[in-house]
Design a binder for this molecule. Sequence first.
Ligand code: PLP
Length: 371
Amino acid sequence: MRPTNRPRNPCFSSGPCAKRPGWTLDGLAGAALGRSHRSAAGKAKLAELIERTRAVLGIPADYRLGIVPASDTGAFELALWSLLGPRGVDAFAWESFGETWIADIAGQLKLADVRTFEALYGRLPDLGRAAPDRDIVFAWNGTTSGVRVPHADWIAGDRSGLTLCDATSAAFAMDLPWPKLDVATWSWQKALGGEAQHGMVALSPRAVERLTSHKPPWPMPKIFRLIQDGALIEGVFRGETINTPSMLAVEDHLDALKWAERIGGLPALIARSEANLRAIEEWVARTPWIDFLAEDAATRSCTSVCLKVSDSALPKKLAALLEAEDVAYDIDAYRHAPPGLRIWAGATIETDDLHRLFPWLDWAFAQVTAS
Ligand SMILES: Cc1ncc(COP(=O)(O)O)c(C=O)c1O
């Protein structure tokens, strides 16, 4: 039977992600449009964004938190380029983004002492191999495989190396243990449904110590530079961004942060996302033609939920049919991932919209396999 109720919001893309429930363009009316981001009004907006982010994510007061260019890619590459070199590196990858960072470390920075630990889509590498005296590079949530690290017990509390964590599809949906993370990065366009624009970087005191004591041997482009005359450029962490941000994107992220505060902060964001994962788990359990790509249930992502099917031609057909029906946009698997569906389940997604989506998925499967 063709379902009658469509999801109220068909945006299930894994980035940019769905706007928060109730979002309207009118909500951005207070944006500092046409103003310099270096004016008092502009800087106040940027500083407010940093402080609201710090409060919602529970980032320790002694961590620096900054807005940096080029979304999460810029933020994470800035960290790799600025910090790596003095120690050996243990890099973990289990999907496309982790592999990208390994390619940067080995192929671009050409570091001599790099150990790589990789796993196929659906699995985690042996995280227990991480050495406490080496720098550790990993993504908390593998957005393209739907596999996340279940905890940070494998990171030593008394390590001497730094941990560099790409947290872009984990922040605002998963509990990030700050004492275990020396560097964490994410982008506005992910779990709070912001606009693709700047990224954010959180730095522990030890990461700052490395920044100020280590001078990379390679040239540093302006958009990566956090150090001037041997000292940290503190302004970056007060909202004096390196290059010009869109004040509309800033206002939009402020709107999302205020929504997060209103609904109960990080615990509420995590609860919404985990409830969405549970809803998908229930549907998968009663649906014979689909399964999780993540082999271990403890590693299933609650944001980028990746599902596999046995017929590799199926996902594209399903995704196209559901898009044409305005039921679900952008749910085909990532281009480098095994064929399947990827459904964003972060906090901006309403569980009720997932319940509305499931009958359509069942219907689309029946349509596509009948023809
Ligand atoms: C884990 C991870 N790293 C990096 C990126 C790249 O982020 P951006 O496009 O915001 O630079 C993404 C985006 O999907 C991601 O999920």
